[in-house]
Design a binder for this molecule. Structure first.
Ligand code: BGP
Length: 462
């Protein structure tokens, strides 16, 4: 039993959690530069003297060569990262792009290719320039569509020979739970603004798809959603119906971006919540004509839904009760490898487009002792998920063309801003207070993943 030939094996990071150098070489501030972690209320500006872990992060900005060499040593044939919008257009609405930013990524992508890794690039991973929030109100304003289009055109023209895998917005469905990061709108935005931001991003995404087909016809461009699964807490019909509705809250985004139209169930939600979107007839044409070519998604865990839990509104992150059949990570994320196989089947049944697992992994506390990290728990997590993914592909015949483990090198946690919550195959010496040498160490999982890639996933033993 083996993964398909040419399967993309790699890891994923994002500019805002890894690069640091938050104000170097002409970069403007992005939304994530003014937060200390998304579970905290954003500051909306940088407060002098306050510690922002992402401002230095793991200094990937200056050390990417060393890091990419380590990825290549593991045998990666792809590497996922994002372009920081503020490095290219510091304010978002600038006339001309910042050459230093463009050049930086050009060198990085060339280096990846030299090492035999396909760049897999997220165009916006929670990195909307803050100026677009202050000046225009973020993604609830239609004006951002044109700024994003210009940004995409600049990227596609510059990197057309280098990058063949693109994704527009990271975890676009998280505009519901983390609206400031995902939609560049206030953290306490109402439903009207969230759905308006989503609509504008749908249009922007289709414009990007259209441009990408024109400028880089041999590239693939997909959408990216957070699609960790949800089960009914019991077989009580209300729990089952509620879980289904909660799932639709996420699938609404891929329904629009892949099927190319607004699903009928959303009309009831709009009616009940008195939502009136500002749209143009041509928006719907564009959405229909330029859908996403593949579905990229993150999968970390599953939760359960019990009747009465909120579905929409400011639900404060993940909804759900503990599942008595599952164990959890130290951060309380329920570990559910079989859920990945279930979700792969669910998604392919619904969309019939290729899938790409672009995030999966486990945040844990690692102990560095004599230069070694024995992270058996991480190996187990990844091995068990890969087994289920292999079954989904080989037995269930779900087309999935790649797997990029999240946080392949330790980086700043998105939600908590912690360094202590580590995901990597590579350990980075840095703590939650910005103290550490930033030296990199190979964890036990590093050698294990190397073996997995070498055998194209046929040897998942641990
Ligand atoms: C996803 C994001 C990543 C990320 C990951 C893990 O939602 O796309 O950017 O960090 O979750 O989350 P955390 O860092 O909060 O553990």
């Amino acid at each position: 039993m083996n993964f398909p030939k040419n399967f993309l094996w790699g890891g994923a990071i994002a500019a805002n959690q890894a690069e640091g150098a938050y104000d170097e070489d002409g970069k403007g501030l992005n939304v994530t530069d003014v937060s200390t972690g998304l579970i905290n209320v954003p500051d909306y500006r940088v407060i002098p003297g306050k510690y922002y872990p992402s401002h230095e992060a793991i200094d990937f900005y200056h050390r990417y060569k060393e890091d990419l060499q380590l990825m290549s040593e593991m045998g990666f044939n792809c590497f996922r990262t994002s372009i920081s919008w503020g490095r290219i257009f510091p304010n978002g609405d600038d006339e001309e792009p910042n050459e230093a930013g463009l050049n930086y990524y050009e060198e990085m992508f060339n280096y990846m290719l030299e090492l035999g890794m396909e760049p897999v690039i997220t165009i916006s991973h929670y990195e909307t320039p803050i100026h677009l929030v202050e000046q225009y109100g973020g993604w609830k304003s239609r004006e951002l569509i044109c700024f994003f289009e210009k940004y995409c055109r600049t990227l596609f023209n510059r990197y057309k020979d280098l990058v063949k895998y693109w994704m527009t917005f990271n975890e676009i469905n998280n505009v519901h739970t983390i609206p400031f990061a995902a939609g560049a709108i206030r953290h306490d935005s109402n439903l009207q603004d969230k759905f308006q931001a989503a609509h504008n991003m749908f249009v922007a995404s289709s414009r990007a798809n259209k441009l990408c087909h024109e400028i880089i016809p041999d590239a693939k461009i997909g959408c990216m959603l957070s699609l960790s699964g949800v089960y009914p807490a019991t077989c009580k019909p209300e729990d089952v119906m509620g879980a289904y509705n909660l799932r639709r809250r996420s699938l609404f985004f891929s329904d629009v971006m892949i099927r190319g139209k607004y699903p009928s169930y959303i009309k009831r939600i709009f009616e009940e919540n008195n939502i009136q979107l500002d749209t143009r007839p041509e928006d719907f044409e564009l959405i229909k004509d330029y859908p996403s070519q593949y579905l990229g998604f993150s999968y970390y865990r599953t939760t359960t839904y019990e009747d009465g839990m909120p579905i929409l509104g400011n639900t404060g992150g993940v909804i759900g009760k503990a599942n008595p059949y599952l164990k959890e990570t130290p951060w309380g994320w329920q570990i559910d490898p079989l859920g990945l196989r279930y979700v792969c089947n669910e998604l392919y049944d619904r969309y019939q487009v290729p899938l790409f697992i672009v995030e999966n992994g486990m945040g844990a506390v690692d102990i560095l002792e004599n230069g070694k990290i024995h992270d058996y728990y991480r190996i187990k997590y990844v091995a068990e998920h890969l087994k289920q993914l292999r079954d989904a592909i080989v037995i269930d015949k779900v087309p999935c063309f790649g797997y990029t483990m999240w946080g392949c090198t330790d980086l700043i946690s998105l939600a908590s801003g912690q360094m202590k919550k580590r995901y990597g195959f590579i350990y980075v010496d840095m703590n939650d207070y910005g103290q550490g040498s930033l030296q990199r160490y190979r964890k036990d999982s590093f050698y294990w993943y190397k073996k997995v890639i070498k055998t194209n996933g046929s040897d998942l033993t641990f």
